[in-house]
Design a protein around this ligand. Structure first.
Ligand code: FAD
Length: 543
C-alpha cells in the first residue's frame, strides 16, 4: 500500500527494518514470536487461521522446515460439523475444541493470538491486530490465508439484530442457553397459550445441513418437555430452493423431508425471507399465482440464520487491492492454490475459490459436440457427470443444476434446445466451477499445501517458483456428505450415485466424525458425551 513509507523505517542492516510507517502510524516489525533465535533465519511461513485448512497444513508440515507462525483470534481448532449437536445439548461444547498450541507443537510452529488486518504486498508483511488491540507487522516468505468465511445475511433487514448464527462455539453456547430459557419461560404458570406458542416457535432460515441438523436436534430435545410439546411447540425450516439438503441427491432430499414431516417439523420450500423483525420472520413464496397471497409471517421465540457464507472484511480488503481478483464470493486461486495476482501467497478453505475459467468452455463444447440434439434434465446431468469424471479438480454441483432449472422455471421432464442450455450455463459460471465450502474441501486443500510447502522447504527459495509449477495440481476427492435428520436417523450422499438414510447411517455418521477428530482427547470426550447421553439422556439444565 502506498501508505507505507519504507524510507522512514529504521534500517539496521538486518534483513527486516525494526518498524514501518503504515497509514501515518509507526508499526513494529516482529521477526520472532517465540522459539529459538537461531530458527528465525529460516524461510518464514505465516498461516492465518486455526480452522480446518490451517490445522490440516500443520499436520502435514515437516517440523522445523520453516519459521512458522500461526495467527488466529481463536486459540483452538473447532470441529464445526458437530456445532448443531452442541447447540442442542447432545455434546458438550468443550468436546469440540482442541488447543491450537498443542497442534502447533507437532510441526514446531509458533502461535500468536490476533487477527490479520491487512497484507502489505510490496513489503511481504501481514498487519496483525493482537489480542490486546495493538497492531504489528509480521514478515513472510510464504503466506497462507485460511481465515474461513463469515455468515452472509444477503442484505435481509433485521437478520443481524434479531437472529442467531451458528458458526462459533459462543453461538452454540448462546443457542443452548436461549433454548432452555425459552422452555422454562413458556412453562411458567403466568403465560397465556398464545405467549407459549410464540416462545416455543423455532424458525430456521436455510435448509442446508446446518439448518436441518439444528432443527432435528432441537426437536429431539423438545421430547424432554412432554407437557409443552403437543400443544405449543413448532419447528419450521424456511428454504429458498425447492428441497432442503439441496446439495445432496434428490432422493435424499425427499427422504429427509419425509422424516422432518413425520417429526412435525414444518418445511417451507421455494420461499425467500424478506425481513426479520424482533419476534417475527417475513417470507415470500415463489411461483404463487397472480392475485394469491405470497407474503407470510411466522412469530418466533428463536430464529437461527444459516443461509450461506460470504467474505470476511480482511479477505475483502485483500481482494480489493489485487487487480486480478474479481470474484465477489472468495479469493481466486489457481489449480495449485496460489493466490492470483500476488507472489508467495496461497488461499485455502472457505475463503478461496479455484479459478477454472475453462470449465464453462469445456461444458459448452461438450454440449455443442452433441449437435442439434435436445436434452432433458436427466440427460443434461449425465453429460455433466461424464465431464466431472475427467476433471477431478473441479466439482460441478448437480444440485446447482437442479436449482438452475428451477430458477429458469424449466420443467425438468421437458426437452430443451442446446442453445437454451448454453444460455443458462453462461449465467452460472461461478456455480459450475466452485468447490463447496466444506470442511472436507478445506482439509484436503490444507493437506495438499502442507505437503507442497514441506517439499519446497528442501530447496533454496530462488528455486521455489520453478519447482512449484511442476507440482501436480490440487484434485478434490469427495468422500460423501452426511446430515443428521432427527430421531436417530442420518442421511449420506457419497456423490457417486450412492446415497442412503436411516439408523445405520446415523451410527456410520458418528463413526466418521469420531475418526475425523484432530486428537485422541477430543475423540474420547466426544465418545463419552454420546455414551452419557444414551445412558442418562440429555442435559437439560440451563447453565
Ligand atoms: P474455518 O474452519 O472457519 O477456520 C477459519 C479460521 O480463521 C478460524 O480459526 C478463525 O478464527 C480464523 N480467522 C478468522 N478471521 C481471521 C483473521 N482475520 N485473521 C486470522 N485468523 C482468522 N463441512 C463439512 O464438510 N461437513 C459438515 O458436516 C459441516 N458442518 C458444518 C456445520 C456448521 C454449523 C458450520 C458452521 C459449518 C459446517 N461445515 C461442514 C463447513 C465447514 O465448517 C467449513 O467449510 C470449514 O470450517 C472451512 O474451513 P476453513 O479452514 O476454511 O475455515
Amino acid at each position: 500500500s502506498q501508505n507505507i513509507i519504507p524510507e522512514q523505517a529504521q534500517s539496521t542492516g538486518e534483513k527486516y527494518p525494526k518498524s514501518l510507517m503504515v497509514n501515518g502510524v509507526e508499526l513494529p516489525v516482529i521477526t520472532q514470536v517465540s522459539g529459538d533465535a537461531a530458527d528465525v533465519d529460516k524461510p518464514r511461513l505465516v498461516i492465518l487461521g486455526s480452522g480446518w485448512a490451517a490445522t490440516s497444513i500443520l499436520k502435514e508440515l515437516e517440523p522445523n522446515s520453516y519459521y512458522t507462525v500461526v495467527v488466529s483470534p481463536q486459540n483452538y481448532f473447532l470441529f464445526t460439523p458437530l456445532l448443531p449437536e452442541a447447540a442442542s445439548g447432545t455434546v458438550e461444547a468443550r468436546s469440540l475444541l482442541e488447543s491450537i498450541r498443542k497442534i502447533c507443537r507437532r510441526s514446531r510452529s509458533h502461535y500468536c493470538e490476533g487477527e490479520a488486518h491487512d497484507v502489505h504486498l510490496e513489503h511481504k508483511m501481514v498487519e496483525i491486530v493482537g489480542l490486546d488491540g495493538k497492531h504489528f507487522l509480521l514478515p513472510y516468505d510464504k503466506l497462507v490465508i485460511s481465515v474461513g468465511a463469515q455468515n452472509n445475511t444477503f442484505g435481509v433487514p433485521g437478520v443481524k439484530e434479531n437472529t442467531h448464527f451458528l458458526k462459533t462455539i459462543q453461538d452454540a453456547r448462546t443457542l443452548r442457553y436461549k433454548l432452555m430459557n425459552l422452555f422454562e419461560a413458556a412453562a411458567l404458570p403466568t403465560k397465556t397459550d398464545e405467549e407459549r406458542r410464540q416462545l416455543l416457535s423455532f424458525v430456521i432460515a436455510g435448509g442446508g445441513p446446518t439448518g436441518v441438523e439444528y432443527a432435528a436436534g432441537t426437536y429431539d430435545l423438545i421430547h424432554y418437555f412432554p407437557d409443552l410439546l403437543e400443544k405449543y411447540v413448532s419447528v419450521t425450516i424456511i428454504q429458498s430452493a425447492d428441497h432442503i439438503l439441496n446439495t445432496f441427491s434428490e432422493a435424499i432430499s425427499v427422504f429427509a423431508e419425509k422424516k422432518m414431516q413425520n417429526q412435525n417439523i414444518n418445511v417451507i420450500t421455494n420461499a425467500r425471507v424478506t425481513a426479520v423483525e424482533k419476534e417475527k420472520i417475513v417470507y415470500k413464496k415463489k411461483g404463487v399465482a397472480k392475485g394469491e397471497k405470497d407474503t407470510f409471517e411466522i412469530p418466533f421465540g428463536l430464529c437461527v440464520w444459516s443461509t450461506g457464507v460470504g467474505m470476511r472484511d480482511f479477505t475483502k480488503r485483500l481482494n480489493d487491492k489485487i487487480e486480478m481478483q474479481n470474484n465477489k464470493r472468495a479469493l481466486e486461486v489457481d489449480s495449485r492454490l496460489r493466490l492470483k495476482g500476488a507472489e508467495g501467497i496461497y488461499a485455502v478453505g472457505d475463503c478461496a475459490t479455484i479459478e477454472n475459467p475453462k470449465m464453462i468452455d469445456i461444458v459448452i463444447r461438450r454440449f455443442e459436440k452433441l449437435g442439434a440434439q435436445r436434452l432433458n434434465y436427466e440427460e443434461f446431468c449425465a453429460v455433466i457427470r461424464e465431464i466431472l469424471a475427467e476433471y477431478p479438480q473441479s466439482r460441478v454441483h448437480l444440485s446447482k443444476m437442479r436449482q438452475l432449472f428451477d430458477d429458469y422455471d424449466v420443467d425438468r421432464s421437458a426437452y430443451l434446445e442446446l442453445e437454451e442450455i448454453q444460455k443458462m450455463l453462461k449465467d452460472i459460471n461461478n456455480k459450475l466451477t466452485s468447490l463447496p465450502a466444506t470442511a472436507q474441501v478445506a482439509a484436503q486443500q490444507g493437506a495438499y499445501l502442507g505437503k507442497k510447502l514441506s517439499s519446497l522447504s528442501l530447496q533454496a527459495p530462488s528455486a521455489w517458483a520453478v519447482t512449484e509449477s511442476t507440482f501436480k495440481p490440487f484434485a478434490y476427492r469427495h468422500f460423501g456428505s452426511f446430515s443428521y435428520v432427527g430421531g436417530d436417523n442420518a442421511v449420506v450422499d457419497m456423490g457417486d450415485g450412492w446415497s442412503g438414510g436411516g439408523v445405520g447411517v446415523y451410527f456410520l455418521w458418528r463413526g466418521a466424525y469420531l475418526s475425523k477428530q484432530v486428537s485422541f482427547r477430543t475423540r474420547a470426550l466426544l465418545a463419552f458425551d454420546w455414551v452419557k447421553g444414551m445412558v442418562f439422556g440429555r442435559d437439560i439444565t440451563r447453565s
